[in-house]
Design a protein around this ligand. Structure first.
Ligand SMILES: Nc1ncnc2c1ncn2[C@@H]1O[C@H](COP(=O)(O)OP(=O)(O)OP(=O)(O)O)[C@@H](O)[C@H]1O
Length: 223
């Protein structure tokens, strides 16, 4: 479902260029749940952005469901992402001036009865139907994260990326949010890639990958 070949990405800081992704190859099967771990600054977010079409690699390519992401023009790529890819950003990234319902509506073509129904259905799936009119500031961290999950899933994407979805939550909320994410993904056969620092949570998928020094290793291979 997700195939990455020879991904290279570096950042220029002053005069220095630092290579963050060092020729990464990756194959993730349809419906597989993969956890991605690694030290802070190892490149987990950069890899997720690159796999999701949000950051073009300097070398290499990414195929999602058979489509070569970075050969698409900007409009086609945006439409492809909207249909195929859900993304849960680090720190929720909800728009503070919009209600929970309006935040979930953001990925759709704004407005229309069907979109509102779909957004309400997504909020219901994450247990927040009664909070639809609340602003993010009126919600707890766990609730905000659930709104972000509803937003990522509103279009029923076959692929879902989640960057530290429990990073700001206490352990009870972390378990609840991870249960929800894994449950929703299992219900619809979603391919799931989750970045986490939490080694306990990282064992709950089908596979754990470790990124270190710009390269990726299967955790099972290290065991
Ligand atoms: N836009 C940018 N410009 C310059 N350097 C960047 C940029 N984005 C990331 N980096 C650098 O690339 C490296 C990898 O960053 P990335 O955010 O991918 O790491 P990470 O593994 O997700 O870290 P964390 O676990 O702390 O979130 C870091 O050294 C970071 O400082």
């Amino acid at each position: 479902m997700i195939q990455a070949v020879n991904l290279h990405r570096s950042y220029r800081i002053g005069k220095k260029s630092i290579e963050v992704l060092h020729g990464i190859d990756l194959n993730i099967r349809r419906g597989e749940r993969v956890f991605l771990c690694g030290p802070s600054g190892a490149g987990k977010t950069t890899l997720l952005y690159t796999l999701a079409g949000l950051e073009r690699p300097e070398q290499g390519n990414v195929h999602i469901d058979g489509t070569d992401l970075y050969t698409l023009g900007p409009k086609k790529q945006a439409a492809f992402r909207n249909a195929k890819i859900g993304y849960i950003f680090q720190n929720y990234l909800l728009l503070p001036e919009l209600t929970a319902l309006e935040n979930v509506l953001v990925p759709g073509a704004i407005g229309g009865k069907d979109e509102t129904e779909a957004a309400m259905a997504a909020l219901t799936r994450v247990g927040l139907a009664d909070r639809a009119d609340h602003l993010p500031a009126e919600l707890s961290g766990g609730e905000q994260q659930r709104v972000a999950i509803a937003r990522a899933l509103v279009n029923h994407p076959p692929v879902l990326f989640a960057d530290e979805p429990t990073g700001n939550l206490d352990s009870r909320n972390s378990t609840e949010v991870m249960d929800l994410l894994l449950g929703l993904a299992a219900e619809s056969g979603t391919t799931l890639v989750v970045v986490t620092h939490d080694e306990h949570l990282a064992t709950r998928g089908d596979r754990t990958l470790i990124i270190k020094d710009g390269s990726i290793t299967d955790a099972a291979a290290l065991a």
